[in-house]
Structure formats: structure tokens, C-alpha cells
Design a protein around this ligand. Structure first.
Ligand code: PXP
Length: 238
């Protein structure tokens, strides 16, 4: 069964637009879990423009499913993750000012840095995932960093899906097979939606978890959070 981890960054963006604490990110995370989400994902950025480090600390006390923290491993980020001890940390290569993650790691170029970083988290018993494009060479290099999983960067899939869904998913099928062969677990995320999720989950083998934020929170405006989470769960595991 593939798990759904809800990325609640957008809830923090909405809250920050007004100051104050509405909507409350911790209450939202608790509700997502009650409605069936099997994980909560956050991506704190150095400027705190959506999820803040203080949110991450509060969330740790309340999240009962799998807590996944994503981010570029700056010293501050590493310190936060080691303090909070989530079930999973996902390393992304995006610079602090990036609007959202827009590429996977070059695991060949950054292998030593990644290996060193992975080791720090693993020695604290935190599962590590590396955000990566569907590129077999990068996946093989990722397997040499000691990471437990890779998270496949699905924006290219989402872009190509409306044009040719088989061509869109094929590189991800091959990437997931390769990851499995190299002993890595497979997560996926970015721009997955009610429209494109079922086809992805049906075709990509070994898929352990997807993390979904933007589309799911937008859908919740129309269908409500509980219905929306249930709809995503049905797409994932029909
Ligand atoms: N995975 C990673 C590494 C991300 O950075 C993001 C966006 O924060 C997501 C998944 C979720 O993407 P989306 O918000 O498009 O569902």
C-alpha cells in the first residue's frame, strides 16, 4: 500500500498572509491524520515564509503518523532535524530563495556532501530520502550515499501526463525499478494531483509514499479536507 503524506506548507502560507494563527497548522495536521493521511510533510525554508522552525517543533509533539521534514541541508536545518527527530528527512537541493523545489540532486557531483549528511541523520536513526529526477545514473550514485530512499521528482510527469500518459510515466517506472535494484525505497512528489495520481501509482512499482501539497490543499477548497484526503487515498490504492 502506498502512503499519502500531506504537505501542509500551504496552510502556513495562508496563516502568514494575515499574521495570527489562523489557520492553525498543528490542528490541520491533526485533522489530516484523522481524515486518513498516513504522514505529514513540511518544508521549512530559511526565511520562514511558510512553515517556520517553531511550527516544526510544535508539530513534532502532535504528529502521530510519519513526520517528514524536507529541506536543503544547511547547518541550521540539520540541527533542527536532529533535535526534532522526524521519522524521515528528505534532502532537496533547492536554493533558499526558490519558490518551490524545481530539480533533483546531482548525486554524482554532490556525492561526498550527501554521504556525509546522510550519515549524520542515519546515526540519529532518522530515515533519509534524497529528492532526485528519474535518472538511473543519479539513482545509482544516490545508492552510494547510504540513503534509505529516493523521492522521485514528478513535475515532468505532471507536465507530460495530459499529452501522453504512457510516455510521461515510463521514465518513472524505470527509475523505480532501478532504485529497487540498488536497494532503495521509492517515494514521489511534486505536482501530483487528483487527475494524474492514479495512473502514476498504478504504473510505478515499489512506490512506498507520495507527498502532496499544492493540489490537495487547493482541492480541499472545493471538496473539504476530509473528502479530499479520502479521494486521494482512493486514487492511490483503488
Ligand atoms: N516533494 C518535495 C521535495 C517538495 O519540495 C514539494 C513541494 O514543497 C513536494 C514534494 C510537494 O509538491 P506539491 O506541493 O506540488 O504537491
Amino acid at each position: 500500500m502506498t502512503k499519502l503524506s500531506v504537505n501542509i506548507n500551504k496552510i502556513a502560507t495562508l496563516r502568514n498572509a494575515r499574521g495570527g494563527n489562523v489557520p492553525d497548522v498543528v490542528q490541520t495536521a491533526i485533522a489530516c491524520e484523522r481524515f486518513g493521511a498516513q504522514g505529514i510533510t513540511v518544508h521549512p525554508r530559511p526565511d520562514g515564509r511558510h512553515i517556520r522552525y517553531s511550527d516544526v517543533r510544535q508539530l513534532r509533539k502532535q504528529v502521530k503518523t510519519e513526520f517528514n521534514i524536507e529541506g536543503y541541508p544547511t547547518d541550521d536545518f540539520i540541527e533542527l532535524v536532529l533535535e526534532v527527530k522526524p521519522e524521515q528527512v528528505t534532502l532537496v537541493p533547492d536554493p533558499p530563495e526558490a519558490l518551490t523545489s524545481n530539480a533533483g540532486w546531482d548525486t554524482t557531483k554532490h556525492r561526498d556532501f550527501l554521504r556525509h549528511t546522510v550519515e549524520r541523520f542515519k546515526s540519529a536513526n532518522i530515515r533519509v530520502s534524497i529528492f532526485i529526477g528519474p535518472d538511473v545514473e543519479m539513482i545509482e550514485a544516490a545508492s552510494k550515499t547510504g540513503t534509505d530512499r529516493v523521492e522521485l521528482y514528478t513535475e515532468p510527469y505532471a507536465l507530460d501526463y495530459p499529452k501522453n500518459r504512457l510516455a510521461a510515466v515510463s521514465p518513472f517506472m524505470a527509475a523505480a525499478e532501478a532504485a529497487n535494484k540498488f536497494g532503495l525505497g521509492v517515494n514521489a512528489g511534486h505536482d501530483l494531483s487528483l487527475e494524474n495520481l492514479e495512473w502514476f501509482a498504478k504504473n510505478v512499482p515499489h512506490l512506498e509514499e507520495v507527498s502532496i501539497g499544492h493540489a490537495l490543499i487547493c482541492d480541499a477548497l472545493w471538496y473539504g479536507l476530509e473528502n479530499t484526503i479520502q479521494m486521494y487515498l482512493r486514487k492511490l490504492n483503488p
